[in-house]
Write a new protein. Structure first.
Length: 217
């Protein structure tokens, strides 16, 4: 089955499964979205939301985190994985925004990716969910699903992003990114589906018999 045909099947299933797709991370403004995405690295969105629900009502502006300082930020996020590294990034990120961008989150990939702790995937999420710019953020989970569904050769997340952008219409990227995240969590799970049991896998590969093991990014 060709990729274009698969993409139509996948999109139809995802639209039927998630006609209204929620955003996984809770945030108050674009700055707190940026912080939440940074915190979500190697951590579940649920854990991030549980921690930030006690932070954002009081601290939701770059100047707040600059004033707090690294040690106090560490105490606030200590239930999150690699919290010391993330606290350092949040502090210097906030300071850069205050000093260089008048406390505003920049609206370009180039500027976002120059901020402390912000990589391409984080920048893509902010561009997509924060500014509404067509983007297709790819993390290790989307990378795994794209391999299972035969949409990419799976060399790395950047190649997967390029492949997905070439297959799906640009107007659908932002919505599709979120739909794939939710579908992977609920139906095409890493240690349950193995490319054999969910509706998308069975539709794209009806004759697949062996477990599909994705290549790590």
């Amino acid at each position: 089955m060709k990729k274009k045909k698969k993409s139509k099947i996948i999109q139809r299933i995802l639209n039927n499964t998630y006609p209204n797709v929620p955003v996984p991370l809770n945030y108050r403004n674009i700055f707190t979205l940026l912080v939440s995405v940074l915190l979500s690295a190697q951590c579940t969105d649920v854990n991030v939301n549980n921690v930030t629900k006690n932070i954002y009502p009081k601290y939701n502006h770059p100047k707040h985190f600059v004033k707090l300082g690294r040690k106090k930020i560490e105490k606030l996020i200590r239930k999150i994985g690699i919290f010391r590294v993330k606290a350092k990034s949040i502090y210097y990120l906030s300071r850069t925004l205050v000093e260089k961008y008048k406390s505003k989150v920049p609206r370009t990939y180039e500027e976002l990716e120059q901020l402390p702790g912000v990589g391409h995937k984080t920048a893509s999420v902010v561009m997509s969910q924060g500014f509404g710019y067509p983007a297709f953020p790819v993390d290790t989970h989307i990378h795994r699903l794209a391999q299972r569904w035969g949409l990419t050769n799976g060399k790395n997340v950047l190649q997967t992003e390029k492949d997905l952008k070439a297959i799906f219409p640009k107007k659908n990227w932002n919505r599709l990114h979120l739909q794939i995240i939710w579908y992977g969590r609920e139906y095409c799970k890493a240690r349950e589906c193995f490319g054999l049991s969910c509706k998308i896998c069975k539709s794209c590969y009806p004759n697949r018999k062996k477990k599909f093991i994705a290549k790590k990014a």
